[in-house]
Design a protein around this ligand. Structure first.
Ligand SMILES: Nc1ncnc2c1ncn2[C@@H]1O[C@H](COP(=O)(O)OP(=O)(O)OP(=O)(O)O)[C@@H](O)[C@H]1O
Ligand SMILES: [Mg+2]
Length: 353
């Protein structure tokens, strides 16, 4: 099994770089997620790797082989598209067999591999049917079957679950994770869905406007975002961000906002920023509602089943907090709260400090 190395990859459309000097690696057997908002260049990167587009600069390596100049067919890469792209006139069997037929694989081996793949994906009984005679989730499995049938070096997935309803998407997520545990294939999986990214990925490459923002394990990105983009992209409800001034009085520090302040004690890492503007990030779960020096009015409440989301208003500022499922309080009540200081994130000029 080989890994994937992307070095300084650049793609330009109409004068602008939509993939801008992108570098990352996917270790052999790793499941890596390419995550970012719509239009940030995710599909373009997959298409460059698959050879469907030509790069302006940089290198694409599988193992120690530079594949940038090879024909798509010779790259040993399989891609699963959002649209499935099944052949409507071929039955499921022939759709899965297609990549083998193109490579003139002997008939007996085609049959063996198609049946093995269908068994693995639990679609054996669908083999004689046409794509229009099966459901969306089943079509997705056939598309995955067509990708895995010839055991390529690298799998590329472009938002394969986005056409499925929420329940099926969750089920397919679990199946994909299970499939990867069995096959241990090197995988690059594109999504703009952060839940998919957090639950499926061993590593996330987070992008914005063609530029890599942060690379790391899902928890690392959530718990130690390197900049404001990562901090605000990950998390539902989103992180609360307040910009204020850091007051440093020697043995104690305070961040002063228009409506309130946070007393910090001594934070060595913040010492160089005395007098500067800092943005403080507070995750909804880092807020302890019940008692504390701060007060907010409960404007709105959502019971999700597993927990309760509270929308609080301090004078002008608004804050989203997460409370337990059994939380109850009338709307309009004034609630006392506090922050768990160890979970606060500080940013100066957009970068973590
Ligand atoms: N063939 C093309 N010609 C010109 N511009 C293109 C072309 N293909 C993509 N783009 C532009 O490149 C940028 C990146 O597109 P890309 O499809 O890679 O985004 P994406 O991250 O996959 O978005 P989404 O999540 O919506 O699928 C977009 O601004 C898009 O408009
Ligand atoms: Mg896309």
């Amino acid at each position: 099994m080989a890994g994937l190395t992307i070095e300084n990859l650049t793609k330009i459309y109409g004068g602008g770089a939509v993939v801008d000097n992108v570098s990352f690696t996917v270790a052999p057997g790793e499941f890596c997620i390419l995550l970012g908002p719509s239009g940030c260049g995710k599909s373009t990167i997959l298409r460059l790797i698959a050879g469907l587009e030509e790069q302006e600069g940089g290198r694409i390596m599988i193992g120690d082989r530079d594949i940038g100049a090879l024909n798509p067919r010779d790259r040993d890469v399989a891609m699963v598209f959002q649209s499935y792209a099944l052949y409507p006139h071929l039955n499921v069997y022939e759709n899965i067999a297609f990549p083998l037929r193109v490579r003139k694989t002997p008939v007996g081996e085609v049959d063996r591999r198609v049946r093995e793949t269908a068994a693995l994906l639990e679609i054996a009984e669908l083999l004689p049917r046409k794509p229009r005679e099966i459901s969306g989730g089943q079509r997705q499995r056939v598309a995955i079957g067509r990708a895995i049938v010839r055991s390529p070096q690298l799998f590329l997935f472009d938002e394969p679950l986005s056409n499925l309803d929420a329940k099926l998407r969750a089920a397919m997520r679990v199946e994909l994770a299970g499939l990867h545990r069995r096959l241990r294939a090197t995988t690059l999986y594109v999504t703009h869905d952060q839940v998919e990214a957090m639950t499926l990925g061993q590593k996330i490459v987070l992008m914005d406007r063609g530029v890599v923002q942060q690379i790391g394990a899902p928890r690392e990105l959530y718990e130690r975002p390197v900049n404001l983009f990562t901090a605000s992209f990950l998390g539902t409800p989103p992180i609360n961000l307040f910009t204020g001034r850091l007051m440093n009085s020697g043995d104690a520090m305070t961040v002063r906002f228009p409506d309130f302040q946070i007393d910090l004690g001594r934070e060595a890492r913040l010492a160089p920023y005395g007098g500067d503007e800092l943005t403080v990030g507070i995750r909804p779960e880092a807020i302890r509602v019940g008692a504390g020096p701060l007060r907010g009015i409960l404007e709105h409440m959502e019971h999700t089943g597993a927990d309760t989301i509270l929308y609080l208003r301090l004078r002008a500022a608004r804050l989203i907090a997460r409370a337990t499922a059994d939380f109850s309080s009338p709307l309009g009540a004034t609630l006392e709260f506090d922050f768990d200081a160890q979970y606060l994130h500080f940013f100066n000029k957009g970068q973590r400090v």
